[in-house]
Design a protein around this ligand. Structure first.
Ligand code: ATP
Ligand code: MP5
Length: 286
């Protein structure tokens, strides 16, 4: 069996719950070989972000080139890009090297409220990286910024209304994440060739650090494993099941005094566990 090689292009989290560290855990859990190109070194923990240093854009490009010039890459996940120079360098590297699926988590602000993307970089993210993506996975505040809305999307109905405008930015698929809403289920909408809704029981926990990183990295790891043409719908379903399981067991970890990480290894040990996430087809995209 050929083991997929998956590359994360993202920032770091020394406390191990988000960014590159979360991505590598998710890649291993999904039985892929994980690799990383670092965009920014972030001083953060479960309580918040203290500061970060962005790496030079040419150096980010060089890291990506070093991987692609030696290794077959089966999928790419992009997380924190930090600034517009790095966003443009990643776009250039994707054009030069990548013929594989690309999952983009358009990270802007950490759960703690710290900005991880320069405001002036939104245009580069939107115009250069989103159109090159197979799947883009905004949360609701990120969707607001990308669409230039005056206020946050605050209902499921509005999520359903807005998802087409996000796809019009140019990705093949959009997964609009509803984790920031309240209610018994946490529902995400996938919109591309088809439109589907993925609902999972909302887990009562404050340990949600890195949920977005884990979900997007899991999708990237699963896409090359669906046989033939990458199956976005199946990959999103399995990634969401994995994340929900990792969240359900997050409180068993004792990592830090703030928003702790999700429990990747519980989810890995129980990879075959069936949980109550389900998707509902709501029609074809126009
Ligand atoms: N309490 C919860 N229970 C179950 N699923 C959740 C919960 N919170 C978030 N999710 C799911 O986690 C994923 C990430 O959602 P969210 O909208 O929180 O993204 P995010 O804000 O980008 O994450 P991050 O905080 O890591 O940046 C989505 O699939 C969402 O439905
Ligand atoms: C390097 C990096 N990338 C992404 C996040 C977002 O995760 P969260 O919103 O859970 O803080 C983060 N905190 N750090």
């Amino acid at each position: 069996m050929v083991i997929p090689n998956v590359l994360s292009i993202a920032g770091t989290d020394p406390s191990g719950g988000a960014g590159i560290q979360a991505d590598l855990k998710a890649f291993s859990a999904h039985r892929t070989f994980g690799m990383s190109a670092i965009t920014a070194v972030v001083a953060q923990n479960t309580r918040g972000v203290r500061s970060f240093v962005s790496l030079d854009a040419a150096f980010v490009y060089d890291q990506i080139a070093a991987v692609f010039e030696d290794i077959r890459v089966d999928a790419v996940k992009i997380g924190m890009v930090a600034n517009s120079e790095i966003a443009l360098a990643i776009a250039k590297a994707l054009d030069r090297y990548a013929s594989c699926p690309v999952v983009l988590d358009p990270v802007m602000v950490a759960k703690s409220g710290h900005h991880l993307l320069d405001e002036s970089a939104v245009a580069a993210l939107r115009d250069e990286l989103i159109p090159r993506s197979t799947v883009v996975t905004p949360n609701l505040p990120e969707a607001r910024v990308l669409l230039g809305l005056e206020r946050d999307i605050d209902s499921l109905e509005e999520m359903r209304e807005r998802v087409a405008a996000l796809r019009a930015l140019g990705p093949q698929w959009v997964l609009l994440k509803g984790g920031h809403l309240t209610g018994e289920t946490s529902l995400d909408i996938l919109h591309g060739e088809r439109t589907l809704e993925f609902a999972a029981p909302r887990v009562t926990t404050t340990n949600t650090h890195g949920t977005g990183c884990t979900l997007s990295a899991s999708i990237a790891a699963l896409l090359p494993q669906t046989g033939g043409t990458p199956d976005v719908v199946r990959s999103v379903q399995s990634a969401k099941d994995y994340l929900t399981e990792a969240l359900r067991h997050a409180d068993e970890l004792t990592v830090g005094g703030g928003h702790g990480p999700v429990h990747h290894f519980y989810a890995m040990w129980n990879a075959s566990t069936q949980i109550a996430a389900s998707h509902v087809s709501v029609g074809a995209a126009s």
